[in-house]
Design a protein around this ligand. Structure first.
Ligand SMILES: NC(=O)C1=CN([C@@H]2O[C@H](COP(=O)(O)OP(=O)(O)OC[C@H]3O[C@@H](n4cnc5c(N)ncnc54)[C@H](OP(=O)(O)O)[C@@H]3O)[C@@H](O)[C@H]2O)C=CC1
Ligand SMILES: Nc1nc(=O)c2c([nH]1)NC[C@@H]1CN(c3ccc(C(=O)N[C@@H](CCC(=O)O)C(=O)O)cc3)C=[N+]21
Length: 305
């Protein structure tokens, strides 16, 4: 038996077309164009790809994209000045500061300098608190994308056993909050968890956000379980022909060993084409939501949790 593929790429395309419709409506009825500012400090190649894709899709859905690329040696004070300008710029409805930041910066301080209403990543302490207490917040894009895929697959998540592997502030913890909000019984596993394989085997929903290529094997998965693979890992692919310059090509893999997992799971997200595209689509959706809230307009339905 082979698992059903949860096609994040297709789902994200549908979500983007809903975003486009709302953006057209905002323009026609109110003369407002939502705007998203992305700040990239330094030159991480993976971040470059993400930021480029995001800027392209922002423009494709009819929104304004503002890109700010700063050198790695930028001072924290200068970054805070830029954030302050974006906070007060009425054309900017969403602000994303790409993580990780260079080591000389305090990421918490930088994130908490973003106006919470414009924090489309949902990382500001105010949004984290709102999410944790079940109040209206900006919801982090990656966990939101995972939740949308799960709701689409199951209908109701109520009473299901969910195991989230990973406890980061950007994926694991907010994912656990969202699953709890949908009445799952949630366990969070991490690098100190004892008996992690057996714990994973107890999950109806297994979310992997670890950053370790193909760590979770098929025999860690309960037969028929739903597996959400958040991991994005680039590994060497010696099976591919060498590049012209003689270097080894690479490929993307998740935190789940897809080939063994697909035999056991009931449903699984692929990498690429699973959670990644949903993250960007949810970022666009959050920007439209932020724009509507900023202008006192009714929120679009179906774009948020
Ligand atoms: N698809 C997408 O849109 C996105 C994908 N990602 C990807 O998701 C993955 C996770 O990202 P992120 O949350 O930022 O990563 P972090 O490195 O911040 O967190 C990783 C978590 O995994 C835990 N962990 C590490 N090793 C083990 C282990 N051997 N067993 C159990 N738990 C372990 C860590 O535990 P501890 O806390 O104990 O150290 C930690 O909580 C990465 O592959 C990243 O590239 C991230 C963001 C968006
Ligand atoms: N402030 C901040 N917010 C983030 O949301 C954030 C961040 N910083 N830093 C880095 C991580 C990572 N991340 C990804 C988003 C999309 C894909 C994505 O679209 N992946 C494609 C493949 C892309 C490729 O081919 O490289 C896929 O999975 O199909 C991947 C990774 C967001 N992150």
């Amino acid at each position: 038996m082979s698992a059903t593929l949860l096609d994040g790429k297709a789902f994200a395309a549908t979500l983007r077309s809903k975003v486009s419709e709302h953006v057209s409506g905002l323009k026609e009825t109110h003369g407002i164009t939502p705007g998203l500012a992305v700040v990239l400090v330094g030159e991480d190649p993976a971040s470059e790809v993400y930021v480029r894709n995001k800027a392209r899709q922002t423009v494709e859905t009819g929104m304004q994209s503002f890109e700010h690329r700063l050198p790695a040696e930028t001072s924290e004070a200068d970054l805070l000045v830029l954030i302050d300008q974006l906070n007060t710029d009425p054309a900017v409805h969403g602000i994303l500061v790409q993580l990780p930041l260079p080591g000389h910066m305090n990421a918490d301080l930088v994130i908490n300098a973003i106006e919470p209403a414009k924090d489309v990543d949902g990382f500001h302490i105010s949004n984290v608190g709102l999410l944790g207490t079940g109040q209206k917040a900006m919801v982090p894009c990656t966990p939101l994308g995972c939740l949308m895929l799960l709701r689409d697959h199951f209908g109701s998540l109520s009473g299901l056993n969910a195991v989230v592997v990973g406890r980061s502030n950007i994926v694991g913890k907010p994912m656990a909050q969202l699953l709890l909000g949908d009445s799952c019984t949630v366990t969070i596993a991490h690098s100190r968890t004892k008996g992690i394989e057996a714990l994973c085997r107890s999950a109806d929903i297994l979310v992997a956000a670890v950053g370790r290529p193909e760590m979770i094997k098929g025999d860690w998965i309960k037969s028929g379980a739903t597996v959400i693979d958040v991991g994005i890992n680039r590994i060497d692919a010696p099976e591919k022909a060498l590049r012209e310059d003689g270097t080894v090509k690479t490929r993307l893999v998740g935190d789940v060993d897809f080939d063994s997992a697909v035999q056991i799971a009931g449903a699984i997200t692929p990498v690429p084409g699973g959670v990644g595209p949903m993250t960007i689509a949810c970022l666009l959706a959050n920007t439209v939501t932020a724009c509507c809230r900023a202008n006192g307009l009714p929120e679009p339905q179906g774009l948020t949790a």
